[in-house]
Design a protein around this ligand. Structure first.
Ligand SMILES: NC(=O)c1ccc[n+]([C@@H]2O[C@H](COP(=O)([O-])OP(=O)(O)OC[C@H]3O[C@@H](n4cnc5c(N)ncnc54)[C@H](OP(=O)(O)O)[C@@H]3O)[C@@H](O)[C@H]2O)c1
Length: 339
């Protein structure tokens, strides 16, 4: 458990990556009570200095005794690194908030979105998992609707930005776009096909059931976070040539009838959600507007006229913020509140 202190020694593991970079900025923007910031990455980043507040901080390579004296470590260096280093960090007495998929479905590890299940932080044993980016933005919207009308089933299709794959994918979309506009051949290193001016119905590995791992993360993580195994979720996850922000089309079937206006009212009062829905004025959330924002934006709220109790909507959130760095920092803030 985290001890109450005025300021904390904080580490970011994976500090040079797409999420790590946002973690550093988020700690600074939210005035997190940082006594000292330690930054870790791979051998490749040896010698690099990263900016935090007015100082330049050297990037370190994690070692067995690196985590001694660190209070909170935010991990975003991939599942394999989390498998190895998170238990070592937790064993050194530091609380780990892990962004990778490594610990999410471990029954001993809470999977937390602070607006939805902050109570689960009480039973952590040193590691807390941050959910998948597409799951986080979906559950902040589903939970208040579930409380109001009990959700039976969700059909979700995602439109996910390349930054969800990390820095190399951001660079690949940029490079392919430049090459295509200059009539040059494109190289595909990150995705199996060209992503510029294209759409790929494929995120993460394919599983035996025909779904991808990303799709099954949305199914399983939703049940664990909301704490209700009866919610049925079916997902299709799609990569689109957008740099930042995941969009999702949600079809929600509820037990109790709930009208679009009631959904608007429920979501207007929900933490971390902004209803942005006036189609007559072309008002609906889009990635370029939501990039850099902390909340999940909801629009296109309308009735599914093909079933008795159905609602359709369109949600957009910044995958690097609410989908990753911000949610992790909010978890750390809650831990301090509860200390
Ligand atoms: N991007 C998202 O929207 C998102 C959302 C939720 C969760 N996540 C998860 O967050 C993690 C990082 O994602 P990302 O998008 O930031 O990836 P990324 O841009 O590829 O960054 C990966 C980071 O991990 C570091 N790293 C790699 N190998 C390492 C090692 N052996 N020891 C220490 N550090 C090492 C890299 O350091 P170098 O620069 O030195 O290689 C870099 O800082 C992944 O587990 C991902 O699934 C990402």
């Amino acid at each position: 458990m985290l001890k109450k202190k005025k300021t904390y020694v904080v580490a970011v593991v994976g500090a040079t990556g797409a999420v790590g970079n946002e973690m550093i900025k988020t700690l600074e923007a939210r005035k997190f009570p940082v006594k000292k910031l330690r930054l870790f990455a791979s051998e490749r980043s040896k010698g690099k200095m990263l900016k935090y507040r007015d100082s330049e901080i050297p990037v370190e390579i994690p070692k067995q005794d690196s985590f001694k004296g660190i209070d909170i470590a935010l991990f975003s260096a991939g599942a394999e690194r989390s498998r190895i280093w998170a238990p070592i960090a937790a064993g050194s007495g530091c609380v780990v908030v892990d962004n990778s998929s490594q610990w999410r479905m471990d029954p001993e590890v809470p999977l937390v979105v602070p607006e939805v299940n902050p109570h689960d932080l009480k039973w952590h044993k040193g590691i807390i998992a941050n959910p998948n980016c597409s799951t986080i933005q979906m559950v902040v919207v589903l939970k208040p609707i579930h409380d109001a009308a009990r959700i039976k089933r969700v059909v979700v299709t995602t439109f996910q930005a390349v930054s969800g794959t990390g820095q190399k994918a951001i660079d690949e979309l940029m490079q392919q776009t430049k090459d295509l506009l200059n009539f040059r051949e494109v190289a595909c290193n990150v995705y199996p096909y060209q992503i510029a001016f294209n759409v790929l119905p494929h995120i993460d590995k394919f599983l035996e059931n025909g779904y991808t791992k990303e799709e099954m993360k949305m199914v399983n993580e939703t049940k664990k976070i909301i704490g209700d195994d009866s919610i049925r979720v079916t997902a299709t996850t799609v990569r689109v040539p957008v740099f930042r922000c995941h969009s999702e089309s949600l079809n929600i079937e509820t037990e109790k009838k709930i009208t679009p206006n009631e959904v608007r009212a429920v979501l207007s009062g929900a933490q971390g959600v902004i209803v942005y829905d006036a189609p007559e004025k072309n008002i609906y959330p889009i990635p370029i507007d939501v990039a850099g924002k902390e909340e999940t934006y909801v629009g296109r709220i309308r009735e599914d006229e093909t079933i008795d109790n159905g609602i359709n909507m369109w949600i957009v959130a910044d995958n690097l913020l609410k989908g990753a760095a911000l949610n992790a920092v909010q978890i750390a803030e809650k831990l301090i509140e509860m200390a």
